[in-house]
Design a protein around this ligand. Structure first.
Ligand code: GLC
Length: 538
């Protein structure tokens, strides 16, 4: 396919959680050499770029999102030589590599924080956010940690509190100090100089905090479950100055050719769009998490959220869609296997860059985590709501085959998280043999998307059907084949009049992978839980 779009616009991003992909050295934890063993698989999948969750040195209090050194590799994952080899392998196959950048906070083990906490007059003191206790000795304000409890911890050495919106061991950097951003930009350059293709930037919209550290007001819409939700986070999220900061990060990417950054931002559309930047000079893409955040998997609701997104996008801003990540319960668990197929067809046929979380291509489900295995901090810190906030279930090892531990680690070792129980029946090896498997569907969808300009970069238009449970849309690109996507979000077979899109079409793919051949569009038959991707006769 040749269009003048950029790789991250026409491509597919695939997220790997390195701890859980492939263990190569028998310690029960995935590593870089393990990922290298799977490069054939990645190439065959039809994806474009691999995004790795953090691989930096870290005490792993938040499984790598607590970075102790931004410019090195955690020995648990391998060496810098392993990293260089992985990058070369991926590039050798024409695949890109995106790293996770975690600029909002460091690990408390980071040298910067070690200095900062030493004394009140240490030159790095104000690289972090320190305040005196409140008059009663308690935290300086009412801010909360995402993972439960106050966002402040008292450090005995100097008698002041420091800010952390995640675990205690993740102190927040102070981007109001003039030296902090330049230091982080240098970390970015280190990897860009090595040839890394971009960054996924962790909680990018949290990087600035209210200068006066004002108390946050109560949230009148709080659901009463997660304590963090009880406040309206107006002084810790999207605070003035954030856009200037992001523009400076973007400028570093623009010093290099063809690099990109995608920002992790959970916000409603109207608040999300400003993160593209007024002159499209901030995030190349702020992640669009609305297929996850929206809990109603219904044709009308999903249609509405696609249309609202399309309408909200600034001119020339590039869209993107996500079904899952390492912080969210797996899509096949949320929707069930039948609709997970429909969801993959949706993801890979909408306009905008798709991001797939490892295992979604085989319909991996949340694993059951027995209490003695629970490791994720929000679950450990809030045992009463662990079943809601715990993220271990979606981080279980990749299911490669039916051998012990699903081929993730040698039989004799205990993987860091137990493999999901369904692995003997649901794994890559089994699905490679099955022409109707989820994996076969994913590969077919990904390859078709990569070949067809209309699917990769074409225009989007909803097609009205007025049939319950059906969401349909068309993708078109000048001079190339057009496609009609018809998705049945319900379990019942339907007949749909799709004459608006033409007389006849040919099935390019059905989610069942059992139907092929021509169809007439005035009485299109679609099975329950089926998605159809139709090539229109131009
Ligand atoms: C992001 C990450 C999450 C992590 C948090 C703190 O939300 O995706 O896994 O716990 O930031 O870094």
């Amino acid at each position: 396919m040749t269009t003048d779009h950029l790789w991250w616009q026409k491509g597919i991003i695939y997220q790997i959680y390195p701890r859980s992909y492939q263990d190569s050295n028998g310690d029960g934890i995935g590593d870089l050499a393990g990922i290298r063993r799977r490069v054939d698989y990645l190439e065959k999948l039809g994806i474009t770029a691999v995004w790795l969750s953090p691989i930096y040195p870290s005490p792993m209090h938040d499984f790598g999102y607590d970075v102790a050194d931004y410019v090195d590799i955690n020995p648990m994952f391998g060496t810098m030589a392993d990293f260089d080899a992985l990058l070369a392998d991926l590039h050798g196959r024409g695949l890109k590599l995106i790293l996770d950048l975690v600029p909002n906070h460091t690990s408390s083990d980071h040298a910067w924080f070690q200095e900062s906490r030493r004394s009140r007059d240490n030159p790095k003191r104000d690289w972090y956010i320190w305040r005196d206790p409140a008059p009663d000795g308690g935290p300086p304000n009412n801010w909360l940690s995402f993972f439960g409890g106050p966002a402040w911890t008292l450090d005995e050495t100097t008698g002041q509190y420091y800010l952390h919106q995640f675990v205690t061991q993740q102190p927040e950097l102070n981007y109001r100090h003039p030296d902090v951003l330049p230091a982080m930009l240098d970390n970015m350059r280190f990897w860009l100089d090595k040839g890394v293709d971009g960054f996924r930037v962790d909680v990018i919209w949290l990087m600035m905090k209210d200068e006066r550290l004002r108390d946050e007001p109560p949230n009148p819409h709080w659901n009463g479950i997660e304590p963090f939700g009880s406040l309206n986070h107006i002084y810790t999220q999207g605070v003035q100055g954030i856009h200037d900061l992001i523009r400076q990060m973007r400028a570093v990417l623009d010093e290099y050719d063809g690099r990109m950054m995608v920002g992790e931002i959970y916000l409603p559309y109207d608040e999300l769009m400003p993160y593209y930047g007024e002159a499209l000079d901030e995030c190349h893409m702020p992640f669009n998490f609305h297929l996850i955040a929206n809990k109603q998997w219904e044709a009308t609701v999903v249609r509405q959220l696609v249309e609202a997104y399309e309408a909200a996008l600034p001119e020339n801003a590039w869209p993107n869609w996500v079904l899952g990540n390492h912080d969210q319960h797996r899509v096949a668990t949320r929707l069930g296997q039948a609709q997970a197929r429909v969801a993959n067809m949706l993801l890979l046929t909408l306009r905008g860059t798709p991001t797939t979380y490892y295992g979604e291509e085989i319909g991996m489900e949340d694993g059951h985590i027995p209490p003695e295995f629970v490791q994720d901090p929000p679950a450990v810190l809030q045992p009463e709501i662990a079943h809601i906030v715990g993220r271990d279930p979606e981080r279980t090892p990749m299911q490669w085959d039916a051998s012990p531990h699903a081929g993730f680690a040698p039989a004799a070792v205990q993987p860091w998280l137990p493999v999901a129980a369904n692995y003997p029946a649901r794994n890559v090896a089994q699905q490679e043999q099955d022409p109707a498997s989820m994996l076969s569907l994913y590969r077919a969808l990904a390859h078709l998307r990569q070949q067809e300009p209309a699917l990769a970069v074409g225009d989007y238009a909803t097609v009205d059907t007025a049939v319950p449970d059906i969401f349909a849309y068309q993708r078109t690109y000048p001079g190339a084949a057009s496609f009609l996507v018809v998705l049945n979000f319900g379990g019942e077979a339907r007949t749909v009049d799709m004459r608006e899109a033409g007389e006849t079409a040919v099935i390019a793919l059905s989610t069942t992978l059992t139907r092929t051949g021509p169809v007439t569009l005035h009485n299109l038959q679609i099975q329950g839980n089926e998605g159809l991707l139709l090539r229109l006769s131009n």
